[in-house]
Design a protein around this ligand. Structure first.
Ligand SMILES: CC(C)(COP(=O)(O)OP(=O)(O)OC[C@H]1O[C@@H](n2cnc3c(N)ncnc32)[C@H](O)[C@@H]1OP(=O)(O)O)[C@@H](O)C(=O)NCCC(=O)NCCS
Length: 451
């Protein structure tokens, strides 16, 4: 490569670089790319992200998502900047997390801070230097008076003055903007019909926006507010009810509890997924979307939603799970037409629109038996319990059909089944119909589990 060529591509020349690895990676992310088009993401971040110097990197990643067809709404906060303004003007008062009273002076500081951050964001979206991820991006970012606000009012004797909450959105205008590929930018200031401005909390504004737009994702970019287990591992997915229980237990720090509460509210009211993502990790929003486990915590209404009956639209995904295993002899070759014919016997495991596992159940009602076949988890995602989830599902489905014994034919996975309560059987244990079709040359082992 000549030295005049863009620097971004020079990485391909590095001795340790493996082109095959690049191609493999690119193909692996393809399913995620296909699912992005037309999805609405609301991304909320506080002024702390701007203060930490993470704005440009975030905007570059968001530009990429926009280019891939995501309808993007950005909601920014400005709390540290408002506090800084207050301090510079000699006020001792400082805003914390949550809704607090806003004095006339604090409102002026909030307007100044919002204006400044808005301009920083617009500038960041306008970058287009060659050899950077923003080259040729040409993304328009539009902000305006889309939020009608109302005063928080007086609560428990405290007058919240210029603190406001969302009353309604100009949804038609907002949808038009994002559907035309522009980014919609919402500042934490709303206006009342009397022309007054109100200081809004970023977390509430982002949550209300996501709910109003029935967004596919609400994403909070947070400094450190992701959930971790006792071993300090990130909890990558949590059901909304479990998140609510965690908040009720009261052990979370104030910031995490606040973000998690808003994420939970959003999911409860129709937003498909809500994420808490650490902004200090470079590229975290891409890692969260384009890798299976992500790097943050995702709140979902019900984790079992990931398991659903297959439809004809899933045939392609099922075939691509099965084909490599047919090719290496793990599974008996079936052919696409057999899968098309039997697709209603399949259940798929879906994660954010990506199919990464499947299983099929073929009942033999006369012998009160059923065969579990094509139990597959994508090799990249094996070892996290997904195989167990599919097995449990097949067992429950079989029980509901009155099946007493579940069997599998396997050549290479016998130990997995033995560990899960299956015992080896013989051809004579199979339903008569299956005995006739048993492929003796393949010599598969037969494992049976009493349900
Ligand atoms: C079998 C299969 C579905 C398990 O999926 P999974 O999501 O990895 O399963 P789980 O996470 O619930 O279980 C992982 C455990 O199974 C073990 N395991 C995986 N494949 C195994 C095999 N062929 N034999 C024995 N154990 C196996 C792993 O080592 C791991 O053990 P550990 O928990 O002690 O670390 C997956 O390996 C697969 O798709 N295999 C190829 C298709 C296949 O053989 N299907 C069965 C015939 S229909």
């Amino acid at each position: 490569m000549s030295t005049n060529e863009p620097e971004t591509y020079s990485a391909l020349d590095a001795p340790e670089y493996a082109p095959a690895q690049f191609v493999r990676w690119f193909r692996e992310v393809a399913p995620y790319v296909h699912t992005l088009r037309g999805k609405t993401f609301v991304v909320g971040f506080g002024g702390d992200l701007v203060q930490a110097g993470a704005l440009n990197a975030l905007i570059q990643d968001l530009s990429l998502l926009t280019a891939l067809g995501v309808h993007l709404v950005l909601v920014h906060g400005s709390r540290p900047q408002v506090n800084e303004q207050l301090r510079l003007k000699g006020f001792s008062y400082q805003f914390g997390r949550g809704i607090e009273p806003t004095s006339p002076e604090a409102l002026e500081c909030a307007k100044e801070a919002a204006g400044e951050i808005r301009l920083d964001i617009e500038a960041a979206f306008s970058q287009g230097l060659p050899n950077t991820p923003m080259s040729n991006a040409h993304i328009h970012i539009i902000s305006g008076n889309f939020v009608t606000a109302q005063p928080v009012g007086v609560i428990d004797g405290i007058d919240y003055k210029h603190s406001g909450k969302v009353r309604k959105f100009d949804l038609d205008a907002m949808k038009k903007i994002i559907s035309h590929g522009a980014v919609l930018l919402m500042s934490p200031i709303g206006f009342s019909p009397t022309g007054e401005a109100f200081n809004l909390a970023m977390e509430e504004l982002a949550t209300s926006t996501a709910i109003a737009l029935s967004a596919d994702k609400l994403i909070f970019m947070t400094q450190n507010s992701i959930l971790k287990d006792l071993q300090d591992n990130v909890i990558t997915e949590i059901a909304r009810e479990d998140a609510d229980n965690l908040i009720r237990q009261g052990h979370l720090d104030e910031d995490t509890a606040c973000f998690l509460q808003h994420a939970s509210n959003a999911v409860k009211r129709g937003v498909k997924r809500a994420h808490l993502i650490p902004f200090e990790l470079d590229g975290s929003i891409l890692l969260e979307y384009f890798t299976h486990d992500g790097v943050g915590t995702m709140v979902v209404e019900d984790t079992l939603d990931d398991l659903r009956p297959a439809t004809v639209d899933d045939i392609g995904a099922i075939v691509s799970l099965i084909e490599p295993l047919e090719a290496d002899g793990t599974l008996v070759p079936r052919g696409r037409n057999v899968i098309e014919r039997d697709v209603e016997k399949f259940t798929v495991l879906e994660h954010d629109g990506i199919i990464y596992g499947c299983v099929s159940l073929i009942p033999y009602p006369e012998s009160k038996m059923a065969e579990m076949a094509c139990l597959i988890v994508n090799p990249d995602w094996q070892g996290s319990g997904e195989g167990e989830i599919l097995l449990r599902h097949a067992e429950n489905k079989a029980r509901a059909l009155g099946v007493k014994r579940l069997f599998v034919l396997t050549t290479r996975t016998s130990h997995w089944f033995v560990k899960r309560g299956f015992v080896q059987g013989t051809i004579n244990d199979l339903p008569a119909e299956k005995q006739m079709n048993y492929n003796r040359s393949r010599n598969s082992l037969i494992f049976i589990k009493k349900l």
